[in-house]
Ligand binder design. Structure first.
Ligand SMILES: O=C(O)CCC(=O)C(=O)O
Length: 342
């Protein structure tokens, strides 16, 4: 027993002796004594700490340690997080309607996403036996067979008529996002940057690497970034067209993604939680994609498959349902531009 509880026990013993005396010697009934205001106060004060403040303190501890983290964590996982509401309020006040480039105030890490993503409906991949390679893909076929299915497809004539293959290079991007330019400032402050295994913390640092390193003579590098700058987007779009097989009736993200890096490197195995499907145009270099079906589809879907994507190809796949990793093969620096649709 604690000293406080000892004290309480002694006091209530003394109190009981007094009560008995009053009943026996003065003839007062126990009900009358119990109804006295001062007795009520004494009884109240003599309750142990745990009975007085315990419930409130336990409640506070429960809220602080269990309930609040659970709500915040769960809401972050489903990207309906409080920060998103704050962001919406902010966007409403500022009149900015393009939310596609806004990043969450609390970053959601892959470790948090993977174990809590919604499970895949394995019927969607049960019939997938490999990657389709097609040409002349009509809007109707794209919608019916690929747009929202788990069937990955490479559209081999996807970049016909584009000049990006001749224009995009490390130097092209270094000029597009020149030191001190508005485009670089916007991309640094408002877009996403994936350093993968490099030490770069933003696009500016990456584009500032030495010529030797850019050419693969020093440390390796592979990075990705989203372009949410309007002027830079206009320049990029001079060299690539909206993929011909994508119907305009779908919702298309205004944000472009660029992935660039040296042979031998790529993205580690992961699954996305972006709620959109993506297309990636392999502008330069050759990229191998390794796909794995999610563990809940083991025995139902092909466990893994590989796809080689060549310059001129566009790959479409649901990166929210397939675990995926990439590896640049061949000798050339890989440059990819892509975007998302809903
Ligand atoms: O293109 C890559 O190397 C990685 C792309 C990727 O992981 C993604 O789009 O989620």
């Amino acid at each position: 027993m604690s000293p406080e509880n000892d004290n309480v026990a002694i006091k209530s013993e003394e109190f009981n002796v007094l009560m008995k005396k009053a009943v026996k010697e003065l003839g007062i009934s126990t009900e009358l004594i119990a109804s006295l205001h001062s007795v009520k106060l004494i009884k109240h004060d003599s309750r142990p700490w745990s009975a007085r403040g315990g419930i409130i303190i336990s409640g506070v501890i429960f809220l602080a340690l269990i309930l609040i983290p659970t709500i915040v964590y769960t809401s972050m996982l489903y990207q309906l997080h409080v920060t998103q509401w704050l962001l919406d309020i902010y966007l409403g006040l500022t009149g900015d309607t393009n939310t596609a480039h806004e990043s969450c105030l609390v970053p959601i890490t892959e470790e948090m996403q993977d174990p809590f993503r919604p499970p895949v409906n394995c019927y969607e991949c049960a019939n997938v036996t490999g990657v389709h390679r097609v040409r002349n893909l009509s809007h109707e076929d794209f919608i019916e067979k690929y747009a929202f299915t788990m069937q990955p497809v490479v559209i081999e004539d996807g970049q016909d008529g584009w000049t990006a293959g001749n224009k995009f290079s490390f130097d092209f991007f270094r000029q597009l996002y020149g030191v001190g330019s508005e485009a670089l400032e916007k991309v640094t402050n408002a877009c996403q940057f994936f350093p993968y295994r490099t030490e770069f913390s933003n696009l500016g640092e990456m584009l500032n690497m030495t010529k030797e390193r850019a050419e693969g003579k020093e440390k390796p590098w592979y990075v990705g970034w989203s372009n949410c700058d309007g002027k830079a987007a206009n320049t990029l779009r001079k060299h690539y067209k909206f993929p011909y097989f994508l119907p305009l009736s779908l919702d298309h993200s205004k944000t472009d993604w660029v992935f660039m890096g040296l042979p031998g490197y790529g993205a580690h195995m992961h699954i996305d939680a972006v709620g959109a499907l993506s297309w990636q145009a392999q502008v330069r270099g050759i990229k191998k994609w390794m796909l794995e079906s999610p563990p809940e589809c083991s025995g139902i879907c092909m466990s893994s498959m590989e796809i080689i994507v060549n310059p001129g190809d566009i790959i479409v796949l649901d990166t929210n349902k397939w675990f995926h990793a990439t590896l640049i093969i061949g000798n050339e620096t890989s440059i990819v531009i892509g975007s998302e649709y809903y």
